[in-house]
Every structure is written in structure tokens, then in C-alpha cells.
Design a protein. Structure first.
Ligand SMILES: Cc1ncc(C[n+]2csc(CCOP(=O)(O)OP(=O)(O)O)c2C)c(N)n1
Length: 514
């Protein structure tokens, strides 16, 4: 057996059996090994950002890594933006990057580059393999590193001679550590602060947005009177049905500061304290009042749900509490299509158990609130702000969960970064309904121009924020990539097209003209 096969047998033995790939000559032994190892599923992405974004979506749903196989420095570089998002999402991914044979490297062949320098900023664990005999062990270490709570990106550079030389066989992956238990002292400290009944906010993110944690948070709110706010751009949130509907922290800093005040105690669980997405000339970064006391109940990598439950117990909370009535499912809308009606339609019609990937940007604001009243679903958001994540993430989520409907709620500008994902959806018959918010603009940037005081943007500023001339034809683009598409320009037409897409299996796209 060669090194490549030993590596992939190691992965398969650890249950890592999906590979999102865009290979080249340096990865040919890895490609061949994908067939030598039974049960491996290779999925081709036509751009590396599709592979890395798909690995992110897959990991969010299954909490285990997929492999990516990427070609040298340039191929990896094409995948970095979505690895940035995945790093922010704290998900496990194992990247395998082929490199030239070790003896070929000194000659600086055309595709040679400093792969380690490219990989380091997005990799929690990084290694270049030294020999075929060590490759399987390196792979096992990479998988364990990826699965170390809360989850991280592990990147293994595979010089081609390591892949083709003879190896000894697969290695065993040591179990990753469990999430760390939060100490009673921390729980007691937070309980004392909340019991003071001074204005307090419980800020939930990361693993605190799962069902157990959300129900515990509701009990804490009932017992202490604190307010609960959730992260703006979460990795994964369970929503709808009978789950508590907490307010999401607004994106713009003025609104976020208003939502957080008044607040004497800021208790953070599963994430970090909220920080503005950007700095503005006012020089402020933090969103909670400066004089609020910061308390970290549980950090990423801790047993977040366990900590919230312990806090609820400590506060003597009732076993089941409800602090606000459950929002009603919105009615099916009618009339001209706009972001509000679009959000209403999706929230009204989305099926039980859907996975909703939200990269709808400004068109998704209404939906973000209304979806609290939708049927029970799992929502995935853009964690790192690097746009072009939605369609790949939906692809990976659909590979991970073939029995659940995936809805890719997608802004048009962001969608164009990685539109190639549609082809992978078609080829793999993935059950994804793609809704394109066709506002034909980089609307958020137009809003930012006006926030910067530019009331009348000049011709260049207009050019750089407008997507018309020519209008993108998403139905034609989808058809060209193998996905049937329809265009809707009224709420009625959208609802009809959406229901039809939901009723069928396989990918479908609706261009919602806004
Ligand atoms: C990789 C990357 N490139 C550029 C940007 C800057 N950027 C932020 S939002 C945006 C445009 C978003 O437009 P669209 O997706 O159509 O959503 P809309 O604002 O119209 O709702 C751009 C270019 C970014 N965030 N990430």
C-alpha cells in the first residue's frame, strides 16, 4: 500500500469518508486511493471555494470533518475565503494539499509556492508530511486535531513522494478530548450576578444555540429576569417550532448598542463578547456598555449546554419555562415581491426539518425575524463575513443530510462568487431549493456609502455597487449549470414556484426579482 492509501484508510477508519475535491497532478495518488478505499465518496467542486464551503456546511450538520483535496498553493488559495468562514464557525475540516515531490521542490517549478504561509492563518493545526511511512500517522493527528473542541481546521500538506512511496498501513485516530466542564465556581459567580436583578444580558452563540442550551437559557431568563440575545452570525441555530425565539443581535452597531443597553452584567455563553463587525470613525469596537461587567459562563470548546443547565438549576429555575409567547407562523403573502414578502413566504412555507442557509444579506432581514415562527428548522449563517459561502455551505449540508430539505436563501452578489456550486448540486442530485434575492445591487455597500455621508454617489461609486448592465440571468445561469430555474416577480408567483420546488426532490432555483 502506498502512503495515499494508508492515509485514506486512516480517514475511513475514523468515519471520515466524504471528500470535497478539486485535484491536480500532485494529488493523483490521493485520487486513486479514493477508489482503493471502500466507502469513500468524492465530490467534485469546480472552484476550490465550493469545496471548502461545502466542507464547512457538512461539518456544521454532522459535527465531523470532511476531507478537502486541493491542488498546491494556488488551489488552496482559491479556497481560503471559505476556510476563513469555517474557522470563525469553529468547525472541523481536514484539508489535504498536494505538493511537489520533496526532491522536486528545490527547482522551483512553476506551481511551487509557500503553501505553509498560505495555510497557517486559517489552520488551527498544520503539518507537512515528511515521509510515506508517516503520512497515515499525520492524517490521524490531523483528524484528532480537527475534532478537538470546539472544532478546528487541520491542514496536512502531502508531498507527492509521500503519497506514492510504500507505507506501512493505516493509523488509528486517538479520541479527541470531550468539551471541558465549566466549574461550579464560575456558575456560582454568574448566578450571583443574575440574582442581583440588575439589568443583565445573556448573550448566546456557538453551541449555545442548540436545543438543550436554548431551553436552559429560557429557564435562566424566567428565573432571573435577564434578557437573552443571540449572536448575529451564528454557526448553527435551531429555530422555529416550539423553540424559544430570542432576539438576534442587530448587525449595525448603533442598533446593536441599543439592543444591549441597559446592561450591568453581560454573561457570554458559547462565543465571545459582541464586537462591531467594522470600526467606524467613532472609534468604538465593543457593543455592550463599557461599564458592564463581563462574565464568561462558557467559552467555545466548553460544555456550553451543560453550563447553562447548571446555571438554570443554581437559580432554582422551573424545569420548563416560557418567557414570551411563541410567535405565530406567518401567513402566505400576496402582492408585489419585496424582501419583507419574500421572507414571509419562506417562513410560511418552509417544511418541517428544513436546513436554511442564510446568505441573503440585506434581503434576509425580514426573514431573520419571521423565521422564529416557522416550522422547526436548522439555520446556518455566514460566520466570517467572507461572501460566497451560502451556495457551497448548502451543498455540504445537503451531502451531510440527504433526508432533509435544504433551502439556500441567497443574495445575488454573494451568490456569484461561488455559483459553480449549482453544478455540484445538480451532479450529486442534492435536495436544495435555491432562492436568489435578485436586487441587482451590492445593496449593503450602497447603505454603507450613505452611512459614510455620501448622499450622492459618483459614477465610480455607483459602478462599484450596482449589478445591472447587464442584469444577471439566474435562470439561464442555473440551466447552464444543470439546475432547473424559474423567475418570480410577485409574492403569489414566488409562493407557487417555492411550493413546487419543495415538493420535488433535487436542486431547483428560483430567482426572486426584488
Ligand atoms: C470575499 C468578500 N469580498 C468582498 C466583500 C465585501 N462585500 C460585503 S457585502 C458585499 C456585497 C453584497 O451584495 P449582495 O450579496 O448582492 O447582497 P445585498 O447587499 O445586495 O443584500 C460585498 C462586495 C466581502 N464581504 N467578502
Amino acid at each position: 500500500m502506498n502512503g495515499a492509501e494508508a492515509l485514506l484508510r486512516t480517514a475511513s477508519g475514523a468515519g471520515v469518508d466524504v471528500c470535497f475535491a478539486n485535484p491536480g497532478t500532485t494529488e493523483m495518488q490521493l485520487v486513486a486511493a479514493l477508489d482503493a478505499v471502500p466507502g469513500m465518496r468524492a465530490v467534485l467542486g469546480l472552484f476550490e471555494g465550493v469545496c471548502t464551503g461545502a466542507a464547512d456546511g457538512y461539518a456544521r450538520m454532522l459535527r465531523k470533518p470532511a476531507l478537502t483535496v486541493l491542488h498546491l498553493g494556488p488551489g488552496f488559495a482559491n479556497g481560503i475565503a471559505n476556510l476563513h468562514n469555517a474557522r470563525r464557525a469553529r468547525v472541523p475540516i481536514v484539508n489535504l494539499i498536494g505538493d511537489h515531490a520533496s526532491w522536486h521542490l528545490p527547482y522551483d517549478a512553476p506551481l511551487s509556492s509557500d503553501i505553509e504561509s498560505l495555510a497557517r492563518p486559517v489552520s488551527g493545526w498544520l503539518r507537512s508530511s515528511a515521509s510515506a511511512k508517516e503520512l497515515a500517522r499525520d492524517g490521524a493527528d490531523a483528524i484528532r486535531a480537527a475534532l478537538t473542541p470546539p472544532g478546528q481546521i487541520a491542514t496536512l500538506i502531502v508531498p507527492q513522494d509521500c503519497a506514492w512511496d510504500v507505507a506501512e498501513g493505516p493509523a488509528r485516530v486517538a479520541p479527541a478530548p470531550a468539551p471541558a466542564a465549566v466549574s461550579e465556581a464560575v456558575v456560582a459567580d454568574v448566578a450571583t450576578a443574575l440574582a442581583s436583578r440588575e439589568p443583565a444580558v445573556l448573550f448566546l452563540g456557538g453551541e449555545a444555540l442548540g436545543e438543550r442550551a436554548l431551553r436552559a437559557a429560557e429557564r435562566i431568563a424566567a428565573a432571573s429576569g435577564c434578557r437573552v440575545l443571540t449572536e448575529t452570525f451564528y454557526t448553527r441555530q435551531e429555530r422555529g417550532g416550539d423553540l424559544p425565539a430570542f432576539t438576534r443581535l442587530p448587525y449595525f452597531p448603533e442598533q446593536a448598542r441599543e439592543a444591549l443597553a441597559p446592561c450591568r452584567h453581560l454573561v457570554v455563553a458559547g462565543t465571545r463578547e459582541p464586537i462591531g463587525f467594522f470600526g467606524y470613525p467613532d472609534g468604538r469596537s465593543r457593543l455592550a456598555p463599557d461599564d458592564a461587567r463581563r462574565l464568561v459562563l462558557a467559552s467555545p470548546g466548553d460544555d456550553v449546554a451543560g453550563a447553562l443547565e447548571a446555571l438554570a438549576e443554581r437559580l432554582g429555575a422551573p424545569a420548563r419555562a416560557s418567557v414570551a409567547p411563541l410567535p405565530a407562523r406567518p401567513a402566505r403573502p400576496s402582492g408585489p415581491l419585496d424582501p419583507a414578502r419574500l421572507g414571509q413566504a419562506i417562513a410560511a412555507l418552509q417544511p418541517e426539518g428544513a436546513i436554511v442557509v442564510d446568505e441573503a444579506a440585506t434581503s434576509g432581514l425580514a426573514y431573520a425575524a419571521l423565521s422564529a415562527g416557522a416550522r422547526r428548522h436548522t439555520a446556518l449563517a455566514l460566520t466570517g463575513g467572507a461572501i460566497g459561502q451560502g451556495l457551497p455551505c448548502a451543498t455540504g449540508a445537503a451531502v451531510a443530510c440527504p433526508d432533509r430539505k435544504v433551502i439556500a436563501f441567497q443574495a445575488d452578489g454573494s451568490g456569484m462568487y461561488t455559483a459553480q456550486a449549482l453544478w455540484t448540486m445538480a451532479r450529486e442530485s442534492l435536495d436544495v431549493t435555491v432562492v436568489i434575492c435578485s436586487n441587482r445591487a451590492y445593496r449593503i455597500l450602497q447603505a454603507e456609502l450613505s452611512r459614510a455621508g455620501i448622499a450622492e454617489p459618483g459614477v465610480n461609486a455607483r459602478t462599484l455597487t450596482d449589478l445591472s448592465h447587464p442584469d444577471l440571468d439566474w435562470v439561464a445561469l442555473a440551466r447552464g449549470l444543470g439546475v432547473p430555474g424559474r423567475r418570480a416577480d410577485s409574492a403569489e408567483a414566488f409562493c407557487e414556484a417555492f411550493e413546487r420546488a419543495l415538493a420535488e426532490r433535487g436542486p431547483a432555483l428560483i430567482e426572486a426579482v426584488l
